[in-house]
Design a protein around this ligand. Structure first.
Ligand SMILES: *Cc1c(COP(=O)(O)O)cnc(C)c1O
Length: 351
């Protein structure tokens, strides 16, 4: 018999209809097994939720957030989206595509955040797609408060007669995080329909909206699925505090009770030398996942997330019978910006 929490979820869900939303995303995204990778690692049973297949201009996790952000922009009467990211930002590329889909202009600030990059880094991969999608961009040096920079540019554009709508980096505010509360609802529905119970969800965490949205969604649905964020940039304590802060704001937006900081799980052991710099474990994750499962990860986010999953498995953290769901957040278009390093890493990585 269904318990009260299950009945609650089935009758009310998260009532996301209350929020403005623009359809941009293929959903539900598939959940697949990774039997060859599971076997190679000696268990647990690994599954992957394919949010790299959200469909918008090669897809990725930002598309779910943009459904709610663009919904608000349209409601505000905007004619232009303004956002910021690192040079090879997947968020910027998906924002540029979303703007096209709703007939808005798009202007972006690109932070030169990654040192020692290939000559083609500022033209290929996501930057090429931003340009194809008609977004205009300007560069900034590393280390500025990029949201403040982009807000200042938004005000200049407004003064020039545009109607710009500012989206923070990664689409990570409480509005954007609703996209991942929605994904949490989708995962719960999948588990209940397929009779599949996961013990952990593992994913890459950066600007925090994805993890915060998932944690808030599961909490608001009274669903017990712990989420492990593998940091791509910040040390543990800062990432936990940032994810927790946005989770609280998202829960408030949903009208749900707050959650303790102890519910936020982050592993910062796979960052390597820093954001956008692949570590040996990042390359190993790319090569193993490609050759065992035919799935492409990206060198900045999803491969660090997968390196975390592989590392945690090797530490014996999971029971062999556990079922673990990895969230593929997309990003494979950035592979082309790392061409030389990737080719070199094939020889040095023993896969
Ligand atoms: C942005 C991004 C992430 C991280 O998501 P956040 O919501 O910023 O934490 C993970 N993977 C990919 C491919 C991304 O582009």
């Amino acid at each position: 018999m269904a318990d009260t929490a299950t009945l609650d979820r089935q009758t009310t869900g998260l009532s996301l209809d209350r929020f403005p939303r623009t359809p941009l995303c293929h959903q539900p995204t598939p959940v697949e097994e990774m039997p060859r990778l599971s076997k190679l690692l000696g268990g647990p049973q690994l599954f992957i939720k394919r949010d790299d297949c959200t469909g918008l201009a090669t897809g990725g996790n930002k598309t779910r957030k943009l459904e709610f952000l663009v919904g608000e922009a349209l409601k505000a009467g905007a004619d232009m989206l303004v956002t910021q990211g690192a040079v090879q930002s997947n968020h910027v590329r998906q924002t540029a595509a979303a703007a096209c889909k709703v007939g808005m202009k798009c202007h972006v600030l690109l932070e030169r955040r990654v040192p020692g990059v290939d000559a083609s880094y500022e033209q290929t991969g996501n930057v090429l797609l931003d340009t194809l999608l008609g977004a205009t961009h300007e560069f900034r040096p590393a280390g500025l408060d990029m949201n403040a920079e982009a807000e200042a540019v938004t005000e200049t554009l407004r003064a020039d007669g545009h109607a710009p709508y500012f989206i923070p980096g990664g689409g990570s505010n409480a509005t954007g995080a609703l996209g991942y509360a929605s994904c949490a609802q989708e995962i719960v529905a999948h588990c209940e329909n397929a009779g599949q119970l996961f013990d952990w969800l593992v994913m890459a965490t950066g600007s925090t909206g994805t993890q915060a949205g998932l944690v808030a969604g599961f909490k608001a649905l009274s669903y017990d699925l712990p989420v492990m964020g593998v940091s791509v940039r910040q040390p543990h304590d800062r990432q936990v505090a940032a994810v927790h802060g946005l989770t609280l704001k998202t829960l408030e937006k949903l009208g749900a009770d707050p959650i303790e900081v102890s519910a936020i799980h982050v592993d910062d052991g796979y960052v390597g030398e820093g954001y956008g710099i692949p570590a040996p474990s990042t390359y190993e994750a790319i090569h193993l996942t490609a050759r065992q499962e035919g799935i492409l990860l990206d060198p900045v986010y999803s491969a660090k997330g997968m390196a975390g999953l592989i590392g945690i498995v090797r530490q014996g953290f999971f029971k062999p019978t556990d079922k673990v769901l990895f969230l593929h957040t997309g990003g494979a278009t950035a592979l082309f910006a790392y061409e030389d390093q990737l080719i070199q890493s094939i020889d040095s990585t023993n896969v």
